[in-house]
Design a protein around this ligand. Structure first.
Ligand SMILES: Cc1cc2nc3c(=O)[nH]c(=O)nc-3n(C[C@H](O)[C@H](O)[C@H](O)COP(=O)(O)OP(=O)(O)OC[C@H]3O[C@@H](n4cnc5c(N)ncnc54)[C@H](O)[C@@H]3O)c2cc1C
Length: 380
């Protein structure tokens, strides 16, 4: 792939840069309550929307900017480089919206897409269950048809932003007689009903980003089935592919920013001539460059096939390895008191522990790369 930008792409990047520099909300103020932190991100998404930058890659007919893949990648790079916060409705913008655009009916697109862009309706992803994470197809949450509705009972876990969400991308079992992948259906479940209880789970960082969902005979109208009854596995894969493929561009820039902060830390500590420290910095820089180039390579694949492919799994796996190595390095540099000291580095180190689990564990991603990218034989 030729990585030289065309004049139009350069003009697009300049436009993004100019807009961000005029509209950047600044660093999130320190000491905000969790509610105010959330409001900060909602306000930022509204601003992005007003500027025409929410749903950059979505088609214009659905309220997006209709940006090409390269333009979307440039946008994500520039946004990350500016250190702007992420938009509040990130799961819907990056995963739910593209899934609906691919598999939803025109009525569903008309109803659900606009309030995603404006952050009026936040979405969460109800896939994982206490006994079904990597082996998602084994999930037990059940949906039974009752007139024009489906009645859903079960439990979900690790549901990010469920405490803010109006809609849940819910995968449930609608047929237990057929092979496990074939008996699933993808729904949009209204979270605002008594029958859905959301309980926050506090993480090692101290934040409560995700939740448990207890669902006891919740109702979902038939019109909220996405992609047809029994097709839930295929629709869920679209969501997961979008999750993994969309990540790489912003994340590789965030890695470089963190690396820059680490180099400042090394200098502060007078360790810049230490050969072992220099070796680790060199290694981490090389790895993050490889990740950047692989992200562009993945983009070429999408341009050829029109779909995010299994290569997205490689980027997600590689990023979690590098981010964990980088944040562990900051702890080594800061010495034995580091874990007990409240600092951005400590937060990043603790948050990075989840990187090799969220969005697919590293072991599962390695299996995908082995089987579907390298063509190695299946284990099972
Ligand atoms: C921060 C965070 C946010 C999340 N947000 C959401 C969300 O919004 N919505 C949602 O639905 N889920 C979410 N998850 C859940 C996440 O998708 C699951 O944790 C993940 O898929 C792993 O499932 P599990 O936790 O059940 O682990 P398990 O699947 O039980 O895995 C346990 C261990 O066994 C290994 N393993 C399992 N199967 C195999 C295999 N076949 N080969 C080799 N090794 C294997 C795994 O790699 C892992 O190390 C989130 C998780 C985190 C950490």
């Amino acid at each position: 792939m030729d990585l030289t930008l065309s004049p139009d792409e350069q003009a697009f990047r300049d436009e993004v840069r100019a807009w961000i520099s005029d509209n950047h909300p600044g660093k999130e103020p320190e000491g905000l309550s969790e509610d105010d932190q959330w409001k900060f991100r909602v306000d930022w998404q509204r601003q992005l929307h007003e500027g025409g930058w929410a749903g950059v890659s979505w088609p214009k007919e659905y309220g997006g900017r209709g940006a090409t893949l390269i333009e979307s990648a440039l946008f994500n790079e520039e946004l990350a480089a500016s250190r702007a916060p992420g938009p509040a409705n990130v799961l819907a913008l990056a995963m739910g919206g593209p899934t609906l655009i691919g598999h939803g009916s025109e009525e569903q697109k008309e109803r659900f897409l606009p309030p995603i862009l404006t952050a009026e309706e936040i979405w969460c992803q109800g896939f994982s269950e206490p006994e079904s994470g990597s082996d998602l197809a084994s999930l037990k949450t059940k949906a039974v048809k009752d007139g024009d509705d489906w009645v859903v009972t079960g439990q979900k876990v690790w549901t990010t932003y469920a405490h803010h969400a109006k809609w849940c991308m819910l995968v449930a079992r609608t047929d237990s007689e057929v092979a496990k992948h074939r008996g699933l259906t993808y729904f949009l479940m209204d979270m605002e009903q008594e029958e859905v209880q959301v309980r926050p789970l506090r993480q090692i960082t101290g934040e409560a980003e995700f939740n448990e969902l207890f669902i006891e005979e919740a109702r979902i109208p038939d019109e909220n089935v996405i992609g047809g009854v029994g097709n839930g596995w295929m629709v869920a894969i679209t969501t997961l592919m979008n999750e993994r493929s969309g990540l790489a561009f912003g994340l590789q820039v965030r890695l470089k920013i963190l690396l820059g902060q680490v180099i400042d830390l090394v200098k502060e500590q007078g360790l810049e001539k230490d050969p072992l420290v220099r070796q680790r910095i060199g290694q981490l820089y090389t790895e993050s460059e490889i990740m950047r180039l692989n992200a562009w390579r993945g983009l070429t694949g999408i341009m050829k096939t029109g779909q995010p492919g299994p290569e997205g799994s490689l980027g997600k796996w590689h990023w979690s390895d590098i981010n964990q190595a980088l944040t562990e390095f900051t702890m080594d540099l800061r010495g034995p008191d580091a874990p007990a000291t409240d600092s951005e580095f400590t937060f990043e180190f603790l948050r990075a522990r989840a990187n090799s689990i969220e969005g697919g564990t590293t072991e599962i991603l390695k299996n995908i790369v082995a089987e579907r990218v390298l063509g190695l034989p299946k284990l099972r």
